[in-house]
Design a protein around this ligand. Sequence first.
Ligand code: HEC
Length: 198
Amino acid sequence: MTDAAKVRLRWSLLTLAAVALIGALVAAALFFGGFDTAADYPWPQPISWAIHRTMTNSVKVRARAVAAPERFTPAEVEAGFRLYDSHCAMCHGGPGLGRQPWTAGLEPTPPYLVEAARRWSRSEMFLIVHDGVRMTAMPAWRGRFSPGQTWDVVAFLQALPDLTARDYARMRALAGPSPAGEPRGGGAVPSQASSPPR
Ligand code: HEC
């Protein structure tokens, strides 16, 4: 056998071994329960970094096609508040308002959104709310909100960095009781959140 033929044989065997190893790992995950599908399974740091990076870039690229309104009216912020308070606050909390304690069972844990408008443009926030985030607990809201309602939510998210706990409580009081059948979001204020309600 020539040297070149030996090298080729070695590489073929190595490739075969690599394919067999990948096949064995896939089979272990798929058929033998080797992959933990628990909702709160924490990814190793480099993997969660890579997942988040992928999501950030996916949103940034796709949001280029979304044209955002120039500005929002106070009425839109108010309408967005109502939608946020009844659909989002349970996971994302709000000024002076903790997340529901059960959100600790989600991986990744839903982030507080007080700073979201500083990280994301209006178009990007629209897209995240409209489409949700794959493989996380963040739902796509397009089946629940019209595009106009989604922009209302974005209007509220944009106002959020400037809202105090007192502002949020005042908006809740003005909005009155939540409409029948709509869950009222938000857990206890973080400092009280250590004793979960029974
Ligand atoms: C069941 C829990 C849940 C509900 C309800 C929910 N979200 Fe989320 N949301 C998440 C999770 C989890 C993430 C983190 C996704 C990730 O890490 O990529 C997220 C991410 C986001 C982000 C991106 C945050 C960032 O800075 O990366 C925005 C904005 C957002 N949600 C807005 C909303 C709005 C608005 C609503 C209500 C209409 C809502 N979410 C309802 C779980 C939820």
